[in-house]
Design a protein around this ligand. Structure first.
Ligand SMILES: Cc1cc2nc3c(=O)[nH]c(=O)nc-3n(C[C@H](O)[C@H](O)[C@H](O)COP(=O)(O)O)c2cc1C
Length: 305
């Protein structure tokens, strides 16, 4: 990327100060850097400010203003010839062969295959993508701790970025990828907090080390070093002995109620299968050529790969 000279300066300043550390951005810390003069003004604020707290905001805002050069034909770390064979063409999925037309049951079959194969280290790990009110998506892995007809459960800190996002915008997207099966399952839906007692009950079942881990961290504050983090851990462990800590009030579970599924099966010839389950839109007249009724009020469709 080529930066305009003024932004280049800012970029250098940012990377120098970024070594000191990025700070959490609060709404009050917004600075308009839409003009060149404002950029320089911001730069001087950085230089004299004892608390360097605006950097990551400046980087993202700056991204809107950078001039990009045309990328080369191949990236420096070119991976265009990196590809693996998937399953045989014969393993393609016919709708008639699906073990269930209830997406939760189908998920259960695929999940159990991944779990029982012992070829996927954490088959319950999935990526959950949340988005802030202003539309900035953010993705990270979490562990599924249960699923049933209601949806998918995971536990975290409500104070974390994902928790803050969900509070503003409950729409989430989840992604499971089971590499050894060349399968991904994509789920879109809405997240809601599980009742406190569900969080309490699960917290009690966790190993003490995980309980302490949750108790010493709210997932939304900065800490100066790993040493400081371990000191927190050791202090609490020394105070507790073998007793469990209390569940932090900010820690608990979410239930994601699914509204759309996509079951994806990779095929070696790249003619992959994509089976969609979705809810009918109110008043929708379905096109019977491509949309079929499935179980429990779901509709089933096939999408081009
Ligand atoms: C495989 C894997 C599983 C994880 N499981 C959880 C989890 O169940 N709950 C959780 O809060 N964080 C989990 N994490 C850490 C999150 O990815 C993330 O770093 C943390 O929740 C803070 O995210 P946030 O600041 O975006 O909210 C996991 C990370 C990995 C790589």
């Amino acid at each position: 990327m080529l930066y305009k000279p003024a932004h280049n300066l800012l970029c250098l300043a940012v990377s120098r100060y970024a070594k000191i550390g990025l700070r959490r951005i609060t709404p009050q810390s917004r600075i308009d850097i839409s003009s060149k003069s404002k950029t320089l003004e911001l730069l001087s604020t950085f230089s004299s400010s004892p608390e360097k707290r605006y950097f990551s905001l400046s980087i993202s805002d700056m991204a809107d203003q950078v001039q990009t050069s045309a990328p080369p034909t191949r990236a420096k770390n070119d991976l265009s010839d990196m590809r693996k064979p998937y399953r045989d063409q014969d393993d393609g999925i016919e709708e008639s062969q699906l073990p269930s037309r209830d997406p939760i049951k189908l998920f259960e079959v695929w999940f159990n295959m991944a779990k029982e194969s012992n070829t996927v280290y954490e088959p319950n790990a999935f990526c959950i993508c949340t988005a802030s009110k202003d539309g900035q998506p953010s993705a990270r892995m979490v562990l599924m701790k249960g699923f049933d007809d209601d949806g998918f459960r995971f536990f975290t800190h409500y104070s974390s970025q994902k928790g803050q996002n969900i509070a503003e915008n409950p729409k989430v997207s989840m992604l499971f990828y089971w590499d050894s099966f060349n399968r991904q399952v994509r789920v879109e839906g809405k997240a809601e907090k599980l009742p406190q007692e569900v969080g309490e009950a699960y917290f009690k079942r966790r190993p003490q080390s995980s309980q302490i881990g949750a108790a010493i961290s709210d997932q939304c504050s900065l800490i100066e070093s790993r040493e400081a983090l371990m000191n927190r851990y050791d202090d609490l462990k020394a105070r507790l002995g073998e007793e469990p800590p209390a569940k932090p009030p900010t820690w608990g579970g979410y239930l994601v109620r699914p509204e759309r599924f996509e079951f994806w099966q990779g095929n070696t010839n790249r003619v992959h299968d994509r089976i969609i389950f979705r809810r009918p839109v109110e008043g929708e007249k379905v096109d019977e050529k491509v949309t079929r009724p499935a179980e429990k009020g779901w509709l089933m469709e096939r999408m081009l790969p």
